[in-house]
Design a protein around this ligand. Structure first.
Ligand code: ZN
Length: 481
């Protein structure tokens, strides 16, 4: 299995660290609804998991929920997103977190993603954060300013390795670029906060005591701490043993997290464990709408609920996402979603019909397509290609269905769906009302009696009631229009 590794900037053969593949994905900051661009990244993680399982690997997947410490600017300034939303909505920060986390999990379920084995809230891991910051301090990687404890990036030689730039290049490029708000006491532009002090004149809703003063963790520390605890096994009885940390196989996230958040996650771990933190970094590209990136902060607010309100089943969005490789930007529009709807409907009906068909032949099967399918998904998750293989196989079947075993064809498509995740096996056509069924039966009878004009009138009546009749050779299918 080949996967593109952001760390080496090339496709690499996947070689697991040990028997169980460890995978971490950055979860949402639960201060508002996830938009469909965010959800693209979570579906990517799901596809990676499914492909690993398809290849026979055991998996352990951990995901965090950021419910504290993410400031409105990723560069350690501005308000805490949670506290800001709480003020705006007249709720507590805890209520805000709970509400948006529940909606997020419900979205993931609607998109048929496999649940994570471990869900870790940032606010439940403050002690682990403190243990990690303590160790970084002990080994000389931190300094104190008036507003918090900072990581000194000049002390970590490999800082910025994910970006492909050296520490000097990164700092110089940032100096030359747009002005960033800098705490005057920060030594280097790339330095970032590990622990922030609560403002002296303000009581925060979320704050904790620490060896450095009352405050809250920086945004990046939770992901390192949660990784070290649940996947790298570096905590024993709540005591942190950096030298025991194991390398983790995968870390996924949106491409926007690479330059700062993921870069800082590495910096918080590798200088004290002295081994690679993550073996393969997998980043998903943006979903674009009307020429702009769909960031919440930029006002792009299309959510899964918006699509559902417009009558789209969430799995149509999942099918839509199959059309672009995860490392390419994808443009969202409703024409694309309608096309996805049509394709998914055909696929569902085919599966339904295959289930209800008696085998006419057991001679031929289409298993040769399974090899091509597996090759495509194992080539850096080439799902657009895999999907085209599914359709080629279906076309082949439809040319002469009597030649193929319907059971084997069904088994093959359901096997493909273990990766695609379209939940084809559980789909059922909408219930047809008895009244419509009776009319269709009556029409059938009239046709047998060769009373075609009368039969046609009934067909028109059925269509007026919102159903269509499709002649399927031996049977007549009734469908909702
Ligand atoms: Zn993270």
């Amino acid at each position: 299995m080949l996967i593109y590794n952001s760390l080496s900037h090339k496709k690499e053969e996947f070689i697991p660290v040990d028997n169980t593949v460890k995978l971490y994905s950055c979860g949402p900051t639960v201060y508002s609804y996830a938009h469909i661009g965010n959800l693209r990244t979570y579906v990517l993680t799901d596809w990676l998991k499914r492909v690993l399982i398809y290849n026979g690997y055991n998996l352990k997947h951990a995901m965090n929920i950021t419910d504290v410490g993410h400031l409105t600017s990723d560069a350690d300034s501005g308000e805490d997103k949670m506290e800001k939303a709480a003020k705006e909505q007249g709720k507590t920060a805890w209520e805000i977190a709970e509400h948006y986390a529940q909606v997020f999990f419900s979205d993931l379920k609607k998109l048929n993603t496999l649940p994570a084995d471990i869900i870790a809230k940032a606010t439940d891991h403050i002690q682990e954060d403190i243990a990690l910051i303590n160790e970084l301090e002990k080994q000389g990687f931190t300094y104190r300013t008036s507003d918090g404890i900072y990581f000194d990036t000049s002390k970590f030689k490999e800082y910025g390795v994910l970006t492909g730039l050296s520490w000097e290049q990164l700092n110089n490029s940032l100096k030359g670029g747009a002005r960033i708000e800098l705490s005057e006491e920060k030594k280097n532009i790339t330095d970032f906060s590990l622990w922030k002090f609560s403002p002296a004149n303000e009581k925060r809703q979320m704050e904790w005591p620490s060896p450095w003063g009352v405050g809250f963790p920086g945004w990046h520390i939770e992901c390192s701490a949660i990784n070290l605890k649940y996947l790298a096994d570096a905590f024993e009885n709540d005591i942190f043993y950096p030298e025991k940390a194991k390398t983790i196989d995968f870390h996924t996230g949106g491409i926007d997290l690479l330059p700062i958040h993921h870069t800082n996650e590495i910096a918080q771990v590798e200088p004290i464990t002295h081994k690679p933190f993550i073996k393969y970094w997998v980043h998903g590209e943006f979903l674009i709408i009307k020429g702009g990136r769909m960031a919440k902060s930029e006002g792009g607010g299309l959510t899964l609920s918006t699509l559902i309100e417009k009558g789209y089943d969430p799995l149509i969005y999942r099918y839509f996402l199959l059309n672009a490789h995860y490392r390419t930007k994808m443009e969202f529009d409703y024409e694309g979603l309608d096309a996805a709807n049509n394709s998914l409907s055909s696929l569902r009906e085919l599966v339904w019909n295959l289930k209800n068909k008696n085998d006419v032949s057991t001679d031929l099967d289409l298993s040769n397509y399974q090899k091509d399918f597996k090759e495509a998904v194992n080539d850096d998750l080439n799902l657009p290609k895999a999907l085209s293989i599914v359709w080629t196989a279906i076309k082949e079947y439809k040319k002469q269905p009597e030649q193929y075993s319907s059971k084997k064809t069904l088994t093959m498509i359901l096997d493909f769906d273990k990766v695609l995740g379209l939940d084809l096996d559980n789909w059922q056509p909408a219930e047809i009302p008895e009244e419509i069924k009776d009319l269709a039966e009556k029409r059938n009878q009239l046709r047998l009696e060769k009373k075609y004009a009368e039969a046609d009138e009934i067909r028109i009546q059925i269509e007026k009631m919102g159903y269509s009749l499709k002649d399927n050779g031996s049977t007549i299918d009734i469908q909702k229009i």
